[in-house]
Design a protein around this ligand. Structure first.
Ligand SMILES: *[C@@H]1O[C@H](CO)[C@@H](O)[C@H](O)[C@H]1NC(C)=O
Length: 418
């Protein structure tokens, strides 16, 4: 009897001991995760600029802005497609200049045809060589070798040398171009893009009025193997410069459940900071951007870019400008300075956003909108203006997980999962 009781107590002992020992670690982990929770506001802090069609106010004052496209001579058809689309849906009313950038000399046929498509508002510039090449401190043979290996390992575009120059250019050098100095705002477009709704107001004016610095349409996951070292370099820069953690930064993170002190060992894993917490890989898709160049020209941003550039990751890995811009916004901007253009229909590659049309908001008799016909049906809750969402481009946004994460600091709780 006694023996059996001792036996039973002995069997129970290790478990209670384990529990007593583990409790502080579990509590610490819970507190740690809790510290990364981002409160949702009571009201929407980033409402759409427009929730129906408007009569384009062609007499209104414009902002100091430019539409920019990086293109190659052999992308003439794809470039035309984008420019036809943005002209028809927006720029025929607002007449912003459209600047085309090339790392090579322009072909006269491209210039003539695209200037015509752009309604005579085309500006054609060549990027100075020093903005589109390896920096001095990069060992070019090693970099070329690495690019070859990255291509073989299959990260998208990572085997193309020009793509690496492009990512570096858009990450930092773009904002140093002399030809852009006189502008404050830019709208970035790419060859082969469709704008699927009419944009009947001036997004630059609205951005300025509401003190926004960065506007996007699509948020999604970065391809992890293209940039294993980017997040660690970013987090190290953030820490070394004493940048205060914002809600947007926390929303981009996935805090580790690993208890202290073991969490620190995770810092050796890609996409983690020196404490072992991870970046979710969520970012804004930068091939559509409407943004304030002064943000990216700021000392803080250029210091961040230089820091990344010195690390060599634009070549030894394939750090993308989308992730770089997004991480910088999360560090250096307030979440309320970021705008989601959920009313803009946009497609590039296989990714798209296409809003539902606003009920009763289509101005069917407007003469200025006469050409922007027909449109897909109106539905309750829609905010689109004459959106044409057909086939698989039908309605809604891509990658709701990242979109929800990045909008979290500005969006009140809705439904069960958001
Ligand atoms: C584009 O067309 C406009 C109007 O025809 C013309 O004034 C301008 O010089 C052209 N620009 C270029 C770069 O050809």
């Amino acid at each position: 009897m006694l023996l059996r009781r001792i036996n039973r107590a002995a069997r129970r002992l290790p478990f209670s001991l384990l529990l007593i020992t583990a409790t502080p670690f579990i509590i610490e982990a819970v507190i740690h995760i809790w510290r990364y929770q981002v409160p949702r506001p009571a009201t929407e802090l980033d409402a759409p600029f427009s929730t129906s069609c408007q009569e384009p106010d062609v007499a209104a004052e414009r902002e100091n802005a430019v539409i920019v496209m990086l293109a190659r001579n052999n992308e003439r058809q794809q470039a035309k497609k984008t420019i036809q689309s943005i002209e028809a849906q927006f720029n025929k009313w607002f007449n912003y200049p459209i600047m085309f950038l090339n790392d090579d000399a322009w072909n006269p046929r491209f210039v003539a045809e695209l200037n015509e498509t752009a309604g005579g508002k085309g500006i054609f510039e060549v990027i100075p060589k020093e903005h589109w090449t390896y920096p001095d401190w990069i060992d070019q043979d090693a970099a070329k070798n690495s690019i070859k290996q990255q291509g073989e390992a299959g990260a998208p575009h990572a085997g193309q040398e020009g793509y690496h120059h492009m990512c570096r250019f858009y990450s930092g050098k773009f904002y140093q171009l002399d030809v852009l100095k006189k502008y404050k705002w830019y709208w970035r477009v790419e060859p082969d893009v469709d704008f699927t709704c009419a944009i009947t107001y001036d997004p630059f004016v609205q951005m300025a009025k509401r003190k926004k610095v960065y506007g996007f349409t699509i948020a999604l996951w970065e391809v992890g193997k293209s940039c294993p070292g980017l997040f660690r370099a970013t987090a190290d820069w953030k820490e070394s410069r004493g940048v205060v953690t914002s809600n947007l930064w926390s929303a981009m993170m996935e805090a580790s459940w690993m208890p202290f002190p073991f969490r620190r060992f995770l810092s050796w894993v890609p996409h983690r900071d020196s404490y072992g917490d991870a970046w979710s890989l969520c970012h804004y898709w930068s091939n559509f951007e409407i943004a304030d160049m002064d943000f990216f020209r700021s000392k803080a941003y250029q210091d961040y870019f230089d820091y990344l550039d010195k690390k060599g990751g634009f070549y030894n890995e394939r750090w993308g400008d989308a992730a770089v811009h997004s991480l910088a916004i999360a560090m250096l901007a307030d979440s309320q300075q970021v705008h989601h253009f959920e009313d803009i229909g946009y497609r590039h590659d296989t990714f798209y956003q296409c809003p539902v049309n606003a009920p009763g908001g289509q101005l069917p008799n407007s003469p200025s909108l006469a050409e922007n016909k027909p449109w897909t049906p109106e539905e309750a809750g829609g905010i689109g203006c004459r959106c044409k969402c057909t086939g698989k481009e039908k309605l809604r946004n891509y990658g709701t997980y990242c979109l929800d994460k990045l909008k979290q600091p500005n969006t009140p709780k809705r439904g069960w999962f958001s």
